[in-house]
Structure formats: structure tokens, C-alpha cells
Design a protein around this ligand. Structure first.
Ligand code: GAR
Length: 190
């Protein structure tokens, strides 16, 4: 069984679907830790509902990115993680961190990369007026929202779509896609 940590900053919709998939044995994996950089985030409650340990911190309590990441690294290093799943974790990992977990960090991004990188992928794509929107799951490398693509899924934007409806469509795609990717990575031999 693979060991996962999920990093999240906000609502935790993707975290929820990963937790459910692990609980229901759809993925041959155990979420051993949730890491959250926002003490007020709803994802903490989701982790607690599943009795998953949560490492919560306030980034302002650290005087440097190195110290903040050391705090996380010290916690995760003994866990022998197979994968770190970034699920709406709105913090850029340093090169040092990424190198330590080379090919083990996966991110979900709400656009068809390499278009619309950054923190507002859905808004930016919708404002641009693209007619096809979608989601990317990729390995994390040193660059932002960059790395080998594992999976993408898309949909056609309809004339009557609004920012709210495309957001909903993106989230509806994201959750099963993350589970599908983790199934592919964790359930070897299926
Ligand atoms: C998701 O849409 C995810 O793709 C996005 O944040 C949202 C988190 O939602 N991530 C990024 O924009 C990363 N650049 P969630 O907390 O409900 O899973």
C-alpha cells in the first residue's frame, strides 16, 4: 500500500475525494498526513473527519521559506512517503524541496497547462475567452505549474457558461481525475 501526504490550503474538495477513494479502497493507498498552511482552512476539518493527522501552520510564524520547509521536511521524512499530492496548496515549493522528492510530487492545476499557470487559472482562462477549458495533473519540477503531464481532461465552454458554472465544471472534473491518476500510480498490477 502506498503512503501519501496531501498538501492543501483551502476548501479541500480534492483532498476529500482522495480520502474517500483511500477509505473505499479504490486506490491502494493510505493518506498518512495532511499538510495545511492555513489554520482557518476547511480542509483541516475534512482531514479530522477521516481521523487523518494534520500538520497545520501559519507561514507568518517562520522567518524564512527554508525554515518553513524544514518544519514540513522534518515531519514528513520519517514517513517514507511514496507520493506528495498537492491539492490546492497555494505555496511554491523550493528547488531543494522538489529535488528531495523528485518524481514523487504531483499537482493538480485547474487549466490546460502550459496555458494559464498561476493562482487564478480558472478565472484567467475564462476571462481570456478560451472555448476549451480543463484540468492538468502533472509531476512537479523546479518551475511553477510545470513538469511532466500525467493526465488532462477538458470540456467545451458553452455560450451561457459563467465563471461560476465553469468553476463547477472544473471541480467536477478534478476530483475523479485525481483519483484516476492515483489509481494508476498506486494500484500497480491492476
Ligand atoms: C483546485 O481547483 C485546484 O486545481 C487549484 O486550487 C483548487 C483547490 O480546490 N489549484 C491551483 O490553482 C494550483 N495552482 P480544493 O481545495 O477544493 O481542492
Amino acid at each position: 500500500m502506498k503512503k501519501l501526504a496531501v498538501f492543501a490550503s483551502g476548501n479541500g474538495g480534492n483532498l476529500q475525494s482522495i480520502l474517500e477513494a483511500a477509505r473505499d479502497k479504490i486506490i491502494d493507498a493510505q493518506v498518512v498526513l495532511v499538510v495545511c498552511d492555513n489554520p482557518n482552512a476547511y480542509c483541516i476539518k475534512r482531514a479530522k473527519n477521516f481521523n487523518i493527522e494534520c500538520l497545520v501552520f501559519n507561514p507568518q510564524d517562520f522567518t524564512s521559506k527554508k525554515l518553513l520547509e524544514d518544519y514540513i521536511l522534518n515531519k514528513i521524512e520519517p514517513l517514507n512517503l511514496d507520493y506528495i499530492c498537492l491539492a490546492g496548496y497555494m505555496r511554491i515549493l523550493s528547488k531543494r524541496f522538489v529535488h528531495k522528492y523528485q518524481d514523487k510530487i504531483i499537482n493538480i492545476h485547474p487549466s490546460l497547462l502550459p496555458s494559464f499557470k498561476g493562482a487564478h487559472g480558472i478565472y484567467d482562462a475564462f476571462q481570456y475567452g478560451v472555448k476549451i477549458m480543463g484540468v492538468t495533473i502533472h509531476y512537479v519540477d523546479e518551475e511553477i505549474d510545470h513538469g511532466k503531464i500525467i493526465a488532462q481532461e477538458c470540456f467545451h465552454v458553452q455560450d451561457d457558461d459563467t465563471l461560476e458554472t465553469v468553476e463547477e465544471k472544473i471541480h467536477d472534473i478534478e476530483h475523479p481525475l485525481y483519483v484516476k491518476v492515483l489509481k494508476m500510480l498506486c494500484n500497480k498490477g491492476e
